[in-house]
Write a protein that binds this ligand. Structure first.
Ligand code: HEC
Ligand code: HEC
Ligand code: HEC
Ligand code: HEC
Ligand code: HEC
Ligand code: HEC
Length: 317
């Protein structure tokens, strides 16, 4: 089976690279010509083995043929969360600005920074139940499109959004500014623009609270409890002191990314969370039982940093 996949990956790469070099989205994703051979790299008209006429039995299997651990078709290995240059020598997308062996921006599904992940998004079509999906925070409701896979978030055919995020995620229209296309594309240093939180809000709508003081606003209790505000500037002054810029100053060498373009220095969902998976460790008070509202030793809730470093990098209490 493995040998078959490798042969298939090589076939896919040679079938796709010729026609897709000019695509702004990178790789085989979009920029198709009327006579493109790219469709046949992923689809079969009468002899498909997977739904959506795919040449493999699932979307996950297809994506990881190139983006997986043993893939040869893409430099981004999203399973181990690492950029491996030269896996696809004919596609130069991201090569100039992404360091070899750098951790990927989205994290990793099975490993991140060389450590096994403690939480990830379930992309192998095992669940559709998302927290706060049109229901209160702390409650789950199923996604419109059924179980989650890579194509729940990304459009393999290209998209006007950053990182080929679907124009509609979970049936919700999503706009994420395309900010680092072409030669500046970097898969290890974020250059986020407007709309980053919209990706997450499409499936976790009730977490997207943007009003000032939501952490103490009684109105929030009706939607699942008080909640930390998002999509505002990082700066805050409370009785105990003033926030530092988490992206430039940070705390003890730890930093957190902010969205710059369009929404200057904004705190977005991805400031605290990684979209694919995280290997952060939760111990002591941070290890306090099952979701919702709690992280545990075995579940880091996709958070970037260990324990409550996520809070301290801004608030420095
Ligand atoms: C990189 C692989 C890849 C390439 C190249 C590709 N597709 Fe797809 N396509 C997919 C996947 C994966 C799905 C299923 C997405 C899902 O799981 O929801 C899909 C779904 C579709 C669908 C049904 C869903 C929809 O978007 O309407 C159509 C139609 C389609 N592809 C047409 C094409 C055509 C035409 C081409 C060539 C121009 C093409 N595809 C090239 C991977 C690919
Ligand atoms: C929950 C939504 C979501 C799912 C599911 C998802 N991705 Fe992503 N992915 C993202 C976001 C958001 C980014 C942009 C990260 C950034 O630049 O900050 C991204 C980035 C990427 C990148 C660029 C490299 C990087 O890490 O930034 C690749 C390649 C990729 N995804 C492939 C995949 C594949 C393959 C799957 C399935 C195995 C998948 N994604 C599943 C949201 C998702
Ligand atoms: C034939 C190989 C191949 C297949 C199959 C494939 N990709 Fe890619 N993809 C690439 C290459 C090459 C790039 C350019 C970056 C790189 O080398 O990692 C890329 C880039 C991407 C990016 C970054 C786009 C951007 O705007 O920077 C995402 C996201 C992505 N792929 C998701 C997917 C998903 C989801 C699937 C499955 C539906 C998939 N890919 C299937 C080869 C592939
Ligand atoms: C300031 C950091 C921060 C930001 C910004 C943030 N989160 Fe969280 N999130 C957390 C922490 C910490 C947890 C773990 C829950 C806990 O232990 O309190 C968490 C947990 C979650 C969970 C798991 C279920 C639960 O309630 O525990 C979901 C879903 C979630 N966040 C979605 C989002 C979305 C969507 C956004 C953007 C709209 C977002 N988060 C923004 C820190 C953040
Ligand atoms: C396509 C729908 C979809 C999108 C988009 C999406 N999620 Fe999720 N998310 C889910 C589902 C379904 C689950 C529950 C199953 C699982 O853990 O993967 C989940 C679980 C989570 C959890 C709990 C994970 C754990 O194991 O503790 C967090 C945290 C989270 N999502 C944050 C985010 C953030 C941040 C974004 C934006 C980058 C995002 N989600 C985008 C569907 C989505
Ligand atoms: C990226 C910077 C940043 C991070 C990380 C961060 N915060 Fe905040 N925090 C803010 C800002 C800005 C405000 C002011 C929000 C507003 O305008 O309502 C705030 C407000 C608060 C408040 C006051 C809420 C109210 O409305 O009364 C508390 C409490 C708080 N944060 C706790 C936390 C905790 C706990 C964490 C870690 C899970 C955390 N913060 C992570 C920036 C941050």
């Amino acid at each position: 089976m493995k040998k078959f996949l490798i042969v298939l990956a090589v076939a896919l790469v040679s079938a796709l690279t010729l026609t897709t070099m000019a695509s702004a989205n990178g790789g085989p994703h979009g920029g198709f010509t009327p006579t493109t051979d790219a469709c046949a790299g992923c689809h079969r008209t009468h002899t498909a083995t997977g739904p959506n006429l795919l040449i493999l039995n699932s979307t996950y299997a297809l994506c990881t043929t190139c983006h997986g651990t043993t893939g040869t078709g893409a430099d981004s290995n999203v399973i181990d969360g690492v950029w491996l240059e030269g896996r696809n020598p004919t596609d130069t997308t991201g090569d100039a600005n992404t360091l070899i062996n750098a951790p990927l921006l989205a994290g990793g599904f099975n490993f991140y920074k060389g450590v096994a992940t403690t939480s990830n998004h379930a992309v192998q079509e095992t669940t559709a139940a998302a927290w706060g999906n049109g229901v209160n925070r702390g409650l789950t409701a199923n996604l419109a499109g059924g179980n989650m896979n890579c194509a729940s978030c990304h459009d393999p055919h290209g998209s006007p959004n950053y990182r080929i995020i679907n124009a509609f995620v979970n049936g919700v229209a999503v706009n994420v500014a395309q900010v680092d296309e072409g030669a500046t594309k970097s898969y290890d240093t974020e250059q986020w623009g407007a709309g980053q939180s919209a990706v997450c809000a499409a499936c976790h709508s009730s977490y997207h609270q943007t009003t000032a003081g939501s952490g103490s606003a009684l109105a929030m209790v009706a939607t699942g409890g008080y909640t930390h505000r998002v999509d505002m500037s990082y700066s805050y002054t409370g009785p105990g002191g003033t926030n530092v810029n988490p992206e430039i100053v940070g705390f003890g060498g730890l930093k957190l990314p902010l969205a710059q373009t369009g929404t200057a220095n904004a705190v977005v969902c991805q400031t605290c969370h990684l979209p694919h998976g995280s290997s952060a460790v939760m111990t002591g008070h941070a290890n306090s039982g099952a979701l919702p509202g709690n992280t545990s030793a075995t579940d880091s809730a996709l958070l970037r940093l260990t324990n409550r470093a996520t809070c301290e990098v801004c608030h420095q209490k």
